[in-house]
Design a protein around this ligand. Structure first.
Ligand SMILES: C[S@@+](CC[C@H](N)C(=O)[O-])C[C@H]1O[C@@H](n2cnc3c(N)ncnc32)[C@H](O)[C@@H]1O
Length: 294
């Protein structure tokens, strides 16, 4: 697997890492950004690399080699708790914290029920084994709550219709698999859903995934923690891939800026250049926002 880091030059330009500085990579992944930061903070600057996904972290530790890797301290955990991890690792005067949000396609493939093309898979969707699964939600939540989740996190305008169909279907038979849900959706949505541009299940599956994994809540907690952990003049850089995330980041930065804790460095989000998008299509939807601690 080879993951090309998104907006790498832009991230480096904003951080402008210097010898001896300490950084936190809240979403280590394959360390694409971290390895470039590590070079610039040599010989003794360190990076604390956090990732929620144990397999990803093992892959980083075992298979990825670069000079200065021994100065990357890895932690398996949720970036919502980054303050705790920073303290435990003795990271003070942190110069920059990076969030490169989202999941790799390999990670998405490893979680059950995320893909509406894998119809036999259990409708689970949890990246971590605890908490409620998507199956628990569609089989037990009130119709109105299901509709709200699908509307809020999926931007699905047929949310009420879908929620009603889910509740009717589960009276007859428990919804167990991704395929069970896809069947309900295809029956209730217009045949030419969105002019055929996207699968009728896209928005509902996205909404359930975001809800089940508390994705927006984690981003919010992570960003608030980042503001507390940074040293004076330290910077937060966030790369996001869909509009719900970007809106949350924009609003949270504004709120903190009004409190005079940070200043916003990107009036508008930075987008990838055409050249980057040609080499890495994933960069097409990436938006970068940055802020600096006052
Ligand atoms: C897009 S990848 C990061 C890629 C990395 N910047 C690179 O260039 O190799 C995002 C990573 O964030 C991790 N992740 C997602 N949500 C997380 C969370 N709440 N806490 C910690 N890590 C998370 C995923 O497991 C994934 O490895």
């Amino acid at each position: 697997m080879s993951h090309i880091p998104v907006l790498l030059n832009e991230v480096l330009e904003i951080f402008d890492p210097k010898s001896g500085e300490n950084y936190i990579d809240a979403t280590l992944g394959e360390g694409g950004h971290t390895r470039e930061i590590i070079k610039r903070i040599a010989p003794n600057g360190r990076v604390l690399g956090i990732d929620w996904d144990g397999e990803s972290l093992e892959h980083f530790k075992k298979d990825i080699e670069f000079e200065g890797k021994d100065r990357v301290i890895t932690v398996r955990g949720n970036y919502a708790d980054l303050k705790k991890y920073g303290e435990e690792a003795g990271f003070r005067d942190v110069k920059g914290i990076l969030f490169d949000l989202g999941w790799s396609s390999i990670q998405l493939g490893a979680v059950k029920g995320l893909s509406f093309n894998e119809s036999d898979e259990e409708l689970d969707m949890r990246f971590e084994g605890d908490g409620e699964s998507a199956r628990d939600i569609v089989n037990s939540y009130k119709e109105e709550d299901i509709a709200n989740i699908i509307y809020e996190y999926g931007g699905e305008r047929y949310s009420r219709r879908i929620a009603k169909a889910i509740v009717e279907a589960r009276r007859k038979k428990k919804i167990e698999t991704a395929g069970d849900l896809v069947e309900i959706l295809t029956q209730v949505l217009p045949r030419r859903y969105e002019g055929g541009r996207i699968h009728p299940a896209t928005r509902t599956f996205q909404a359930l995934r975001i809800y089940v994994n508390h994705e927006l809540e984690n981003i919010e907690k992570g960003l608030r923690a980042a503001v507390e952990v940074l040293g004076e003049g330290g910077k937060i850089v966030v790369v996001s891939f869909h509009s719900l995330e970007d809106r949350l980041i924009k609003n949270l930065f504004r709120e903190e800026a009004n409190k005079k804790t940070i200043t916003i460095l990107t009036k508008k989000p930075i987008r990838a250049t055409r050249e980057e998008i040609i080499h890495n299509p994933r960069a097409r939807s990436a938006k970068l926002r940055a802020a600096q601690l006052l």
